[in-house]
Design a protein around this ligand. Structure first.
Ligand code: BDR
Ligand code: CA
Length: 313
């Protein structure tokens, strides 16, 4: 099987942890590098969480520290959702892996320069590192096959009424990535709110009976209790936990799980009430050519099966 050379840029983060498990264990994704973006927690905490979790599941991948803060703004974190540590109430053991002595940008650049086959980037935090890479080193664009982003929303945000968290934290970086000319796939809240685990799925996870399954079940319970939703979102009336970041990896592994289309989209970098909103021309009114692929539907049952299969690998 042809494995997909992959770089992951993430801010673990409870749902980032689920994404890491899937991407690191699935035979289709060949993860060459993990970089950390400041977002759900500070850079110190997300890099520590990545090192601890990847060590815990016995994977060996270079983990490189990303930028400390967004391009032009102060960092906003999501400790009200992911907790003080960034991974809920769970304590992970000291890591066996050590942080890379290269920065995220140096490591991404080197990985892209070395590759003979274009690399896929899965980005599940604010787009600060990916944006900085493309800004400083546009020559590597042909080495990137696509950037699968968890972020944005066509309708309704989760950190402000209009903005989704990852884009809200660093809209300038997101705007740069969306208009970079590199193929971008956006898993926004429109699809990620449909990508959830219900109580039966959580019971299936617990039923795996391993320490890892027990721990992730615990994290997800924490996440479920912290997640907000609105009546305009799918599954609002149900007791569920939404696996936003998993969508970005699941799409790379099996795009047939999702429905989506190409659209023209801009990121609002100003806006009195709308900073960080992704303005997607979903009714094709602007006459502008599409610049990104936006997902809006998911085959939830197959998505859940894919996630749960990570525990059997
Ligand atoms: C996104 O924000 C973060 O809190 C999650 O990890 C996910 O990447 C959802 O809006
Ligand atoms: Ca994330």
């Amino acid at each position: 099987m042809n494995r997909i050379p992959t770089i992951i840029d993430c801010d673990p983060g409870i749902d980032d942890v689920m994404m890491l498990l899937l991407a690191l264990r699935h035979e289709k994704t060949d993860v060459k590098l993990i970089t950390t973006s400041a977002g759900n927690q500070t850079q110190d905490k997300v890099v520590s969480n990545a090192l601890r979790f990847v060590s815990y599941i016995n994977e060996k991948v270079e983990i490189a520290r990303g930028l400390e803060k967004p391009f032009l703004r102060d960092l906003v974190i999501a400790d009200h959702i992911h907790g003080e540590s960034g991974i809920g109430g769970v304590e992970l053991p000291e890591p066996s892996l050590e942080e890379s002595d290269r920065t995220a940008i140096e490591a991404m650049l080197a990985t892209l320069k070395e590759t003979t086959e274009p690399v896929t980037i899965i980005a599940t935090g604010p787009l600060t590192n990916v944006g900085a890479l493309l800004l400083a080193h546009p020559e590597v664009k042909p080495k990137i096959k696509q950037i699968s982003v968890m972020g944005g929303a066509v309708k309704g945000g989760n950190v402000t009424p209009q903005a989704e968290f990852n884009i809200y934290v660093d809209p300038e970086a997101a705007e740069l990535v969306f208009n970079s000319g590199v193929p971008v796939v956006m898993s926004g809240l429109d699809v990620t709110h449909k990508a959830y685990l219900d109580d039966q799925d959580l019971a299936r996870l617990k039923g795996k009976g391993t320490e890892l399954a027990e721990m992730l079940h615990h994290m997800l319970q924490f996440y479920k209790d912290a997640q907000g939703a609105s009546p305009f979102h799918e599954s609002y009336y149900e007791e569920v936990v939404r696996l936003h970041d998993l969508c970005a990896a699941a799409y790379v592994i099996d795009p047939s799980l999702f429905q989506g289309d190409d659209f023209y989209a801009k990121v609002e970098c100003e806006g009195r009430h709308t900073s960080g909103a992704t303005v997607v021309d979903h009714m094709r009114q602007t006459g502008m050519d599409p610049n990104i692929h936006v997902l809006y539907g998911v085959d939830r049952e197959r998505f859940v099966d894919l996630f749960l299969s990570s525990f059997d690998r």
